[in-house]
Design a binder for this molecule. Structure first.
Ligand code: FES
Length: 103
């Protein structure tokens, strides 16, 4: 079965070490750029009602704005309490300056 890639944003709209929140097919997505590469996480902290796209990016992690738990941007793995569950990470690619992801 072929993967379906969906257009999410202009790659130029995602700044290095910052986040961009988008909604794709009703799914909230947080887009990040690290070392020139773009990553996509489900835009919901697994610990509570907070958007990871509103978090602070540092050392490859995003810090939840509510209780400061850390999530690895590349993998979605939890890196610091109170976050203990992983965040879904979506495959990404850039085509003609547009970020595409698989939901
Ligand atoms: S809501 Fe994100 S760490 Fe608590």
């Amino acid at each position: 079965m072929t993967e379906a890639w969906y257009d999410a944003a202009a790659a130029a709209d995602i700044a290095e070490d910052e986040a961009l929140g988008v909604t794709l097919l009703g799914v909230p997505i947080a887009l990040f750029r690290l070392d020139g590469e773009v990553f996509a996480l489900h835009d919901q902290c697994p610990h509570g009602q907070a958007l990871l796209s509103e978090g602070f990016v540092e050392n490859g992690c995003v810090e939840c704005p509510l209780h400061q738990g850390l999530v690895d941007i590349r993998s979605g793995a939890p890196r610091s309490p109170p976050i203990i569950d992983p965040v879904r990470a979506y495959p990404t690619r850039i085509v003609d300056g547009r970020v595409q992801i698989v939901l």
